[in-house]
Design a binder for this molecule. Sequence first.
Ligand code: HEC
Ligand SMILES: [Cu+2]
Length: 360
Amino acid sequence: MQAKSFQLFPEAASSIAGQVDALYAFMVLISAFFSLIIAFLIIFFAIKYRHRPGIKPTFKPADDHSIGGMVLEIVWTAIPLAISMVMFVWGVSIYFTESRPPADSMEIYVTGKQWMWKVQHMEGAREINELHIPINRNIKLTMTSEDVLHDFFIPAFRTKADVLPGKYTTEWFRPTQTGAFHIFCAEYCGTKHSGMIGTVYVMNEADYTVWLAAGSGEGSMAEQGQSLFNQLGCGNCHYSNVNNGIGRGPNLNGLYGSKVDLKDGTSVKADESYIRESVLNPQAKIVAGFDDYMPTFKGQISDEGMLKLIAYVKSLGLTYGAPNTATPGTVSTSATAPTAGRPAAKAATSVSATPVAGNK
Ligand code: HEC
Ligand SMILES: [Cu+2]
C-alpha cells in the first residue's frame, strides 16, 4: 500500500469495524470527560482554597457517618459502575460476534511460521504474505503455526487472533471495501517479527473468481488432501469396503462436526484439532468400538499437509447420509458441517460398497 498522508485510524473496511470504532470512541470520550473534570477541579480548588495570609481556615472535617456522606458514596459508586457495565456489555457483544464465524463463511487456511504467512484456499490457490478475498462475503480463517505463537492482525478489519502451534484458531470478518490492507503479526515471535507482514486484497466477486481460477492448478485442498490420504495409506484402514464400509478404523464419513463417543465413555466434538490429534497422536483418544492400532503419523505430515487432510475429511461430511461417493475427483470444495450427527461407528454400515478412496 502506498504511504498515505497522516491517518489517525486505519480505514474501517469490515462489517465490524464501525462497532469497534464506536466503542473505542465512547471509551475515549468517557475517559476524556472524567480526566478533564478532575484536572479542572484540582486546579480550581487549589486556587480557590489556597492559603492566604491572615485568613484562618474555616474547614471542618466531614462527618463520615452523615446521611449526606452515604448518599455521596452510593452515587459515586453507582455511576462509575453503570458506565463500566455499559463498556463491558458492549465489548462482550462485539467479542462474541467476532469470535463466532457465521455458518455460511467461506473458509481459508492460514499457516504462520517465522516469518511469513502461508495461505491456502479451499479451491487450491496458495499464496504467501498475501490474502485475496471477495468483498461482502463472510470469510473464516482457520489458522495454525509451524513454530511459535503468532497473531494474525488486520487493523482495517479491526480483528485479530492468536495463531498457535499444534492447535487451530479461527478469525472471521466481512470486508466491505475493495482495496489493499495491511496484515501484521501482532505477537512478538522472534528477531524478524516486525517483518512478518502482508497484504489483504479485497476484490469484487468477478475479479476474485478470475484470480482464484488462475491459482487452482493443483486441485482443491480436499482433492490434495485425498491424494495425501492415499499416499499415506490411511485408506487401508479407513474407508474400506471390507466389512460393509467399516475397515480396521472408523468410517470417516460425516465425521467433521459430529460427536464422537470414545472408548473411555466420554465423548468429543470432531473439530479440526480433534482430527489433527487423531492423526498425530492417535493414542490420545480412542473411538468407542475400536482398538488403538492406528500408528502415529507424527513427523510425516507438514502443517499444510494436515490442513489438506482436514479439508478432505471435512468434505466427506457433505456425503453423510448419501451413498459414499468419495471417489477421486468428486470431493466437494465446500466444507459445511453435516447437519445430522453421524451414527455410532458400529452402525455406520449403510455406506455403499462401491470401491472407495484409498482402498487399494
Ligand atoms: C493401521 C490402520 C490405520 C491407519 C493406517 C490409519 N488409521 Fe486412523 N484410525 C484407525 C483406528 C483403529 C482408529 C480408531 C481408534 C483411535 O481412535 O485411535 C482410527 C481413528 C482415526 C480418526 C478418528 C476417527 C473418529 O471416528 O473419530 C481419524 C480422523 C483418523 N483415524 C484419520 C486417519 C488418517 C488421516 C490416516 C492417514 C494419515 C489414518 N487415520 C491412518 C486406524 C488407522
Ligand atoms: Cu509472528
